[in-house]
Each structure stands twice: as C-alpha cells, then as structure tokens.
Ligand binder design. Structure first.
Ligand code: HEM
Length: 470
C-alpha cells in the first residue's frame, strides 16, 4: 500500500499499540506453546479502539505480525469495497483456512472459497433463498417457533415463573429450524436434552473456532462430524426422491442442482452444512441477546407485544408477508443486531490493485494482496447513545438508510433466512410471555462476551432470563 499522505502515515503508528497488545496476548497464551492462538475478545476490543481515528482518516494501516492490513474507518469506503468496486475485493481471508483434500465439505462453503469457484458456489446457495422458497418453508419455521413457545409454557406450568439460559433455548430453536428446513427431520431439541444434531453442531463450531485461531493448518470439520452431515443429507435426499415429495424449498433446490449440474454428493452435503452452520449457530448467537434486550427494556417489550397481538387479532395466525412487514419487530431485530452483531468484523483481500480516495482528496493505491478489515461492530457505534437499546432510532425507514450509509452491516448472504428465523421466534415468544432479567443476571449494558469464540457470543452461562405468561 502506498499511503501518500503524511498525516495518514503517522496514524500507522497505532500499529505499535496493536503489537503491544498482541504481545500481551501471546504472553498470556505462551503456556500453550503447541497451540499459539489469538484471543478474539482482545482483537475485537483493539479494533474498536482504533475507531477513535474516525474523523481523522478514511482508513488506517496496521500490521498483524508482518502482514499489513488496511482498517476501514469511513463507511463510505466500505460501500466502495463491498459494492462499487467489489470485483477487486471478492475474496476474504478465511479462504486461507480451508483445504479441499483435508476438508472436502467445509472447503466448499462460500465463506472460505475464492475467485470463480466462490462465485459459482455462492450463486448456488443464494438461489436457494428466494422469497418464494422462504415463503414455502415459513410453515416449517412457524411450527418450530410454536414448539418453542409450547416448551416454555410447559416448563412454566410446573412453576408459575421459569428461569432459562437464553443461549440454551435459542440453540434448541435454531437447531430445529435448520434440521427441518434443510435435512427435513425433526431435531427434537425441545423434547430431549441430548439432540445428536446439537452435539455434532457444537463439535463443528468448536473445531472451526480452534482452527481459525491456530497458527498451524488444521481441519475445520472433524471427520465424524463430516460423516454425520453427509449421512443426514444423503438420507434426506433419498427420502424426498423415493417418496416423490415436491416442495419449493432448499432441499429441492439442492436436488435440482444435482439434476442440472450434476453436483457431487460432497457438494450437496456442503450446501446443507453451509445452511446449517450459519442458520444454527449465527442465528442463535443473534437471538439470545435480542431476548435479553427486551428483558432489560420492558417498555420496548410492551410496545412490541402490542404490535404482535394487534397483527394477529383473534386468529393467532400470521402470514409470511405480515410477519416480515411488522415495523417495530423489524426495528427491534435490527437494534439488537446493531448492539450485538454475531460477526463483529468482515475482511476482504484485494485481488486487483485499485486507487481509492485518501485524506484530503489524495489517492492511495491498494495493492493486490492487501488485506482489508471492515469493523462491523465499530460502524454499529456510529449512532447517538450507541450502547443503548433504542429501536425507535430506526423509525421512518432508518434501517434501510443506515444500511445504505454503510453503518449497519449485520448480515451477509443468509439475511432473508436469518430474519425469518429471528422474527418467527420473537413473534411466538413475546406475544405469549413476559421476559424479565433473572436476579443473577448482570444489569450492566455491556455483555460479557466469550473471548474464545469467533462469534460475538455471550459466555455460556451469560444470559439468564425469567419467563411468565403475559
Ligand atoms: C443472524 C444470522 C446471520 C448473521 C448475523 C450473518 C452474518 C454474516 C456476515 C456479517 C457475513 C460476512 C459478510 C461479508 O463479509 O461479505 C456473512 C457471510 C455469509 N453468510 Fe451469514 N449470517 C447469518 C445467517 C446466515 C444463514 C442462515 C446463512 C445460510 C446460508 C448464511 C450464509 C452466509 C454465507 C454463505 C456467507 C458468505 C457470503 C459470501 O461469501 O459472500 N448466513 N454472514
């Protein structure tokens, strides 16, 4: 990178702070010499601190060991990278983690693919998430959301108020939604405590998280987990085809890809795993803080409940379109994602050199190979009272405006499916139950985030909420 402005170059001295912090982390982990790893929470905080440079430059540079990075500070530049000049930045750094031979299923996830192969697989996944397909799977998700509410209701019956670990119940819900939508099976998470899918899912997440912070190349997905998901996909496809079931959903889409493009069994399983991974883990990491914020903000919860009840009237039924169009529900979901986006940063790699606007109109050349950091969480703080939960900040179409400005970036490719999952669960739970903070839960605004997790996940025992019939 040629940074042509002196002031800008001076800003790069923050790299010293970065290295200092990095040394602290390494020292902390030195006892695990066989497994040197980066503490995600610390990295998140450092990137957040760098945003103090917000009004001084559109970007700054820093080094991660010897690798130079460009940290985007001006959301306008993010738009240039992610939209206008995206063809120069379509690869991301995660693609260095996968290995087709060692990790055949995970290596076909668009998240870790590059160039034309990435484009092809990304398109295959995207076509599986059209509005029509989502409309078609809506009854499946609605059914799991109802089971979620029934489960909570039954537990409350035993004792008029029941305390739940929000993280645990949200994982059960998202697990069962993806199990039914992708593998056409009942995950059974609300009826048993040892759901095989949850166990395998957890194993997969742990393994990916370990591999992502390891300096040594590692398999992202353990062999037994891979075998499990390949088997699930094979069985789902067999059942569908043998029984002639026709449904406009993701599984049919995968089967049609086999017919049209002759994709392999591994490619089919990989599409299933792509959906599973984000639909199960990322969505549950998003849902638990949403309930927490509503518990902390009873006025917002009452306002939301009134909207949900008015929408259904006496019928208790809601259509896909009605659910997706509820304005306050949309604002609540986005405000929670603004505060706690599961992915706190995104990264890109420049694949074709390009000039960008630097300080005071000076140009800066981004050279091929340079890595770019997009600090999603920091952009989510470019709002007034950034640590407060205020869904009203998104009144009058401000969700779209904030996305257009590049300061609200919680989602990637799975936005439609994820929004449907989050809204369906919130609809069933909040219209039926009042959620409050359990006394053992901290009332502090900032959540205690698990430093070892790649996603912005609250510590395992972090969100304790009470539920009672509303
Ligand atoms: C609340 C849930 C979710 C959140 C917060 C989320 C967030 C994100 C973010 C921030 C990115 C990175 C975007 C970028 O760097 O361009 C991403 C990428 C991606 N997401 Fe999600 N996601 C969620 C659910 C899903 C679901 C359900 C799917 C199902 C297919 C999915 C599939 C993907 C894929 C394939 C990518 C890589 C996209 C690409 O290479 O362009 N996500 N997600």
């Amino acid at each position: 990178m040629h940074v042509q402005d002196r002031n800008l170059r001076n800003l790069c001295i923050i790299y010293a702070q970065f290295m200092h912090n990095l040394c602290n982390i390494l020292e902390k982990y030195a006892k695990f010499m066989h497994k040197l790893c980066i503490n995600y929470a610390c990295a998140r905080q450092m990137i957040h601190n760098l945003i103090d440079y917000k009004n001084k430059a559109p970007f700054v540079g820093f080094f991660n060991f010897t690798t130079p990075y460009l940290l985007v500070i001006d959301p306008e530049l993010t738009k240039q990278i992610m939209i206008k000049d995206f063809k120069h930045f379509r690869n991301n750094e995660f693609s260095t983690l996968s290995n087709k031979k060692k990790d055949p299923v995970m290596a076909l996830n668009p998240f870790v693919m590059r160039d034309d192969e990435w484009k092809e697989k990304r398109t295959e996944v995207a076509v599986g998430m059209t509005q029509n397909k989502l409309k078609s799977i809506f009854p499946l998700i609605e059914d799991v959301a109802r089971k979620f509410a029934i489960y909570i209701g039954q537990e409350i019956e035993k004792n008029s108020r029941k305390t739940f670990n929000a993280r645990d119940i949200c994982v059960r819900y998202t697990c069962d939604t993806v199990a039914t939508c992708i593998f056409a099976i009942d995950g059974g998470s609300f009826t048993k405590d040892d759901s095989a899918i949850i166990l395998m899912g957890d194993k997969m997440i742990r393994s990916i998280s370990d591999a992502a912070k390891s300096f040594l190349p590692k398999r992202l997905m353990p062999q037994d987990v891979e075998d499990f998901f390949v088997y699930l996909m094979e069985e789902a496809i067999k059942y569908r085809t043998e029984n002639g079931i026709e449904r406009d959903d993701f599984l049919s889409h995968i089967i049609s890809l086999k017919k049209k493009k002759n994709i392999s069994d591994i490619e089919m399983a990989s599409h299933g795993v792509t959906f599973f991974l984000d639909g199960y883990d990322t969505s549950s990491v998003a849902l638990a803080p949403l309930f927490l914020e509503l518990a902390r903000n009873q006025k917002a919860q009452d306002k939301l409940r009134a909207e949900l009840r008015e929408a259904v009237g006496d019928s208790s039924q809601i259509t896909y379109e009605e659910l997706m169009d509820l304005p306050y529900l949309d604002q609540v979901v986005y405000e929670s994602l603004r505060l706690t986006p599961p992915l706190t940063f995104s990264n890109r790699e420049c694949s074709e050199s390009i000039e960008i606007e630097g300080v005071k109109g000076h140009k800066a050349l981004i050279e091929k190979g340079l890595r770019i950091f997009i600090p999603i969480l920091s952009f989510h703080h470019y709002f007034h009272d950034p640590d407060d939960f205020i869904p009203e900040r998104f009144d009058h179409g401000a969700v779209k405006m904030s996305k257009d400005k590049g300061v609200l970036l919680p989602f990637g490719l799975g936005m439609r499916f994820a929004l449907l999952q989050l809204k369906a669960a919130t609809f069933e739970i909040i219209r039926n139950f009042r959620v409050t903070l359990d006394p053992k839960m901290s009332t502090e605004k900032v959540l205690e985030i698990d430093p070892d997790e790649l996603l912005m996940n609250v510590k395992k025992d972090g969100i304790w909420l009470n539920f009672e019939v509303a």
